[in-house]
Design a protein around this ligand. Structure first.
Ligand code: ATP
Ligand code: MG
Length: 288
């Protein structure tokens, strides 16, 4: 099934075209590495896919109900809250549900026989419905899910109470990544996710992406990371996008062959020009 499709998208800044007629589709569970030189337009493409920039022409299609999670390049989070509290914001609904359950359970336990049983039954009924919702929304596990992600990205238990404002730039980037991963998106767009990660956190993220049930597009200059995570490469070059099946190493092999072919064609073209110039020289020599 197609989850995301980009049809003939073009974008220019001022007078210069950055992207010209780019088209591709992303299918179920596909993991794609988006590569290209600095300034090739990779971040611009992410901004178009996420509706932050409007393309000059072309359309983006995203399958119904699919939520995109976007980790922006070099954005820094500012917050006076602690790391843990910032993560808990994502689970706001579940926490409210938890409070409601506590309230009802308190009401039920303080019920005395003289009170009307119909009301008690109604309370029990509401309690059981809300309990189901609570389980569904990871109510019993969200705190350990948060800790698992933060630990995976290199934070120790002691650091979770640190206010975000005092963290270093790299630590803040890791907080942003943790927040994004906890938000339960269906399609992840990650712009240079490994920039502030050490080797252990990179390997944790590789496993996370491999196990992720959804689609991922990763902009990265880290070839080892791409080799361990993606099964397709998009190369942005000369304002266009070209797709290659396989991981980064497979792409490099294919690319080497392509460049050799292009060089060969160029050599043949050069030889042809030399041949024609020689012919012209000879014709001139005859003519004089
Ligand atoms: N808002 C803007 N206004 C004008 N030019 C822009 C704007 N955003 C990006 N550009 C230009 O578009 C080109 C592509 O930028 P983009 O950020 O998409 O590149 P990139 O492939 O992500 O590069 P990098 O690998 O360095 O992150 C660059 O030349 C950039 O200067
Ligand atoms: Mg960029």
């Amino acid at each position: 099934m197609i989850v995301l499709s980009c049809n003939n998208v073009s974008k220019a800044f001022v007078a210069e075209n950055i992207i010209e007629n780019i088209s591709f589709t992303i299918n179920d569970n596909e993991k794609v590495g988006l590569i290209g030189l600095n300034g090739a337009g990779k971040t611009t493409l992410f901004n178009i896919l996420t509706n932050n920039i409007e393309p000059d022409s072309g359309e983006i299609y995203i399958a119904k109900g699919k939520k995109i999670g976007y980790l922006k390049q070099n954005t820094i989070i500012e917050s006076t809250m602690s790391i843990m509290d910032e993560m808990l914001l994502i689970f706001d609904e579940v926490i409210k549900l938890e409070e409601k359950l506590h309230e009802i359970s308190h009401e039920i336990s303080s019920f005395t026989e003289e009170k009307d049983t119909e009301k008690l039954e109604a309370l029990m009924d509401t309690y059981s419905k809300l309990s189901e919702q609570y389980v569904e929304a990871d109510g019993y596990s969200f705190r350990s899910i948060i800790k698992g992600v933060l630990k995976g990205l290199g934070f120790t238990e002691d650091e979770l109470d640190k206010p975000i404002n005092i963290l270093s730039g790299g630590e803040k980037s890791r907080v942003m990544l943790a927040k994004l991963l906890l938000q339960k998106a269906d399609i992840l767009l990650l712009d240079e996710p490994t920039n502030h990660l050490d080797i252990e956190a990179i390997s944790w993220l590789e496993k996370y992406i491999k196990n992720f049930k959804g689609e991922v597009i990763i902009i990265s200059h880290d070839r080892y990371f791409l080799d361990n995570t993606v099964n397709r490469i998009f190369l942005m070059e000369n304002k266009s996008l070209k797709s290659y099946k396989g991981n980064y190493s497979t792409f490099m092999k294919r690319r080497k062959i392509e460049l050799e072919q292009a060089m060969k064609q160029y050599d043949e073209y050069e030889r042809e020009i030399e041949r024609q110039e020689e012919m012209i020289r000879r014709l001139h020599a005859y003519g004089s």
